[in-house]
Ligand binder design. Structure first.
Ligand code: ZN
Length: 212
């Protein structure tokens, strides 16, 4: 997506609506620095705020993502292109989140284990030994809970029976038995239990599925 073009478009639409950056920011409940960053092409509006922004600018999401007003004839083609781009970006974000799981997870697990080994083998007062072990165990579980949270929010789980893709609740994901990233959960669509596969996007796309 052409962020510079989108930025200029946001700026011109905002002026058309007679708003300053500060006024637009206030209506959206964000800082005017954020608005300035969009308009200079340094960042894109968060997907959570896009609809509200479009409403205030009197444009639609496709126009926002194209960085221009769209005539009806070319609208559908543009819409498809933009949705595809947006989907790719969301997938990429999810992929990064899942990588983060390993980046945080592996060192933390090693650190917990190292603390337990130290507590087990190094001479020290009993109180300190217990303190270190409790700390290591608490840290281990805290990290595990955070990681399940990341995994639950990044992408979707696909039912193996009806292939419905959905996001489970945090506890559903946390308490489910798992093999790798597949979790044994009840499908909200068909009600059957299966090892649901982690997928990056809501719809089927080539190469989007994680190999695990
Ligand atoms: Zn199902």
């Amino acid at each position: 997506m052409d962020q510079i073009k989108i930025g200029k478009f946001i700026s011109s639409c905002r002026k058309e609506q007679g708003m300053t950056q500060a006024v637009l920011a206030e209506k959206l409940g964000i800082s005017d620095r954020a608005v300035s960053k969009w308009e200079t092409g340094k960042s894109l509006p968060d997907s959570g705020i896009m609809l509200e922004l479009c409403e205030l600018l009197n444009i639609n999401v496709n126009e926002l993502l194209s960085g221009e007003k769209i005539m009806t004839e070319t609208y559908n083609k543009k819409a498809e292109e933009n949705l595809f781009e947006l989907k790719k970006e969301i997938e990429e974000k999810n992929r990064l989140l899942l990588n983060l799981e390993f980046i945080i997870g592996i060192p933390s697990i090693l650190a917990s284990l190292a603390l337990c080994v130290i507590a087990g083998y190094v001479e020290m007062p009993a109180g300190l030994r217990i303190g270190i072990i409790v700390f290591a165990v608490v840290m281990f579980f805290m990290i595990a809970f955070i990681l399940v949270g990341i995994e639950q929010k990044a992408g979707y789980y696909e039912c193996q029976k009806c292939h419905d893709r959905h996001i489970p609740t945090y506890w559903q994901a946390n308490l489910a038995p798992h093999m790798g990233r597949s979790r044994y959960m009840k499908c909200p669509a068909c009600g059957k239990w299966s090892y649901q596969k982690k997928v990056l996007s809501k719809e089927d796309a080539e190469g989007a599925d994680l190999k695990k």
